[in-house]
Write a protein that binds this ligand. Structure first.
Ligand SMILES: Cc1cc2nc3c(=O)[nH]c(=O)nc-3n(C[C@H](O)[C@H](O)[C@H](O)COP(=O)(O)OP(=O)(O)OC[C@H]3O[C@@H](n4cnc5c(N)ncnc54)[C@H](O)[C@@H]3O)c2cc1C
Length: 417
């Protein structure tokens, strides 16, 4: 908590409690190695103890430290925002993952179930989300519906105690590894687009679910197309009332903005390890580090990173007061996305030709190029910057609403692509 300088006595006590828990749960010698900066020793300890992001999430996920803001009843601490900050700083210090390997479960599905799920659903799913025993994905976007998500076409038709679902989703991150998906589908085409949606929990292994990975320009297949053909979902897996899907989806989307704004999606965040000072990697290869224009850009990045953290802290504080995240999540999402792109552009600019061609096996150069390419997605995923700016204009600045010609028209009467 850089801007609060030092822990209060209450924070000190909490930090000591978390350290004691770490002491009980990490391999012998781990904390001493991290305290003394013996990173090679730590790497060996990690390998010898079989440490990986899933085993780690299983360990911390069964403790109350994985989601301190979640209710105690479902595996959290019913706690305060500063607890998250304290935990994160200890995780960084002890070279542990700071982002759950089940990011969409912890960041999106969990808060949605807490807000709208039945008691049975909360009891069934929440703890297994925290322990990453069950990984989740988000089945919202479709080929014809992204920014205008409420216009989506995937149909769910009731058949007794079940729903029969047909349609296609796209951009579905980690669908190929997921046990469950948050599915938004149209249950009534004869009312307006927002009124006709319902929200379901889809078991990704159900018959009729066909997941096809898509190859990205980074070379990886982070997201997928998902085809749904006569997929049957029990009504008990509906979240919220029939026709109330948009309200539940908004909870997911608001939490997605906060989740994506507040974290860094570099591999170390998921796997743990030494967090290299980002400035160090930017400066690598720059012929003249005293160049005033380079120094000026670095100073600007430093200022922006402080602004970003303080805004994220404010958004989290609103959550603590029991409010769902509001427009401040959008402000930070836009800022973080563009800040990431500016930083990765700078890393490439500053390294000149070395950023575009390198010898095989130069992992730093490869990492720099991957970060640069992956950052293009930041201003699209979780809502594009253009659309979020519209929302900020309307909800924060009070400007007139964007024109919506289909707002009061039944979905079935609107032309769809
Ligand atoms: C890496 C990545 C991962 C993703 N993961 C998931 C996932 O797991 N699950 C999921 O459901 N979705 C996911 N998405 C989808 C993402 O939410 C959509 O891509 C996003 O909402 C934009 O929708 P679209 O791609 O259909 O673009 P469109 O909505 O077709 O937009 C095209 C362009 O038009 C602009 N535009 C659209 N409407 C307006 C407007 N009213 N005013 C001004 N400009 C406008 C947009 O800003 C954009 O530049 C992911 C996307 C990416 C890039």
């Amino acid at each position: 908590m850089r801007w609060t300088n030092e822990d209060t006595p209450e924070q000190q006590e909490f930090r000591a409690g978390f350290r004691a828990w770490l002491g009980d749960n990490l391999a012998a010698g781990w904390m001493e190695a991290a305290d003394s900066g013996a990173d090679d020793k730590l790497e060996k300890l990690k390998a010898d103890s079989g440490f990986n992001p899933f085993t780690w999430q299983g360990t911390i996920g069964r403790s109350p430290y994985a989601a301190p803001l979640w209710p105690e009843e479902f595996g959290g601490l019913s706690g305060e925002v500063w607890m998250q900050t304290v935990i994160r700083s200890e995780l960084v210090h002890y070279r542990l993952p700071t982002v759950s390997i089940n990011l969409l479960g912890v960041g999106l599905a969990g808060p949605t179930l807490i807000a709208h799920g039945t008691q049975e659903q909360k009891e069934r799913y929440l703890r297994k989300i925290l322990s990453a025993e069950e990984v989740w994905c988000q089945l919202f976007s479709e080929p014809g519906s992204g920014s205008d998500l409420a216009s989506l076409s995937t149909r769910a038709v009731r058949d007794g105690d079940e729903w029969v679902v047909n349609g296609q989703k796209v951009w579905t991150t980690i669908a190929q590894f997921s046990k469950f998906g948050m599915l938004l589908a149209r249950t009534n085409p004869d009312v307006t687009k927002h009124e006709g949606l319902s929200y379901f929990i889809l078991d990704m292994k159900s018959p009729g679910v066909d997941v096809r990975p898509l190859k990205q320009m980074t070379g990886s297949s982070e997201f997928n197309e998902v085809f749904l053909s006569d997929v049957r979902i029990p009504d008990a897996n509906r979240v919220g009332d029939v026709g109330d899907g948009w309200r539940c989806a908004r909870t997911t989307l608001m939490n997605e903005r906060v989740a994506l704004a507040g974290i860094s999606l570099d591999p170390v965040s998921f796997t743990g390890g030494v967090r290299r000072d980002p400035w160090e990697s930017y400066l690598e290869g720059i012929p003249d580090r005293t160049d005033p224009s380079v120094r000026q850009r670095l100073a600007q990045f430093y200022i922006e990173s402080e602004v970003k953290e303080i805004t994220a802290f404010r958004a989290n504080s609103a959550r603590l007061r029991g409010q769902q995240p509001g427009p401040e999540g959008s402000v930070n999402k836009v800022f973080n996305a563009e800040y990431n792109q500016r930083r990765s552009n700078f890393a490439v600019d500053a390294n000149g030709i070395a950023a575009t061609a390198w010898m095989p096996g130069d992992t730093r150069a490869e990492g720099r190029a991957t970060t640069f390419l992956r950052a293009r997605a930041n201003t699209i995923e979780g809502g594009t910057s253009e659309v979020l700016r519209n929302q900020m204009a309307e909800r924060i600045l009070g400007l007139p609403r964007d024109v919506e010609v289909d707002k009061d028209v039944a979905w079935a009467d609107v032309k769809h692509s």
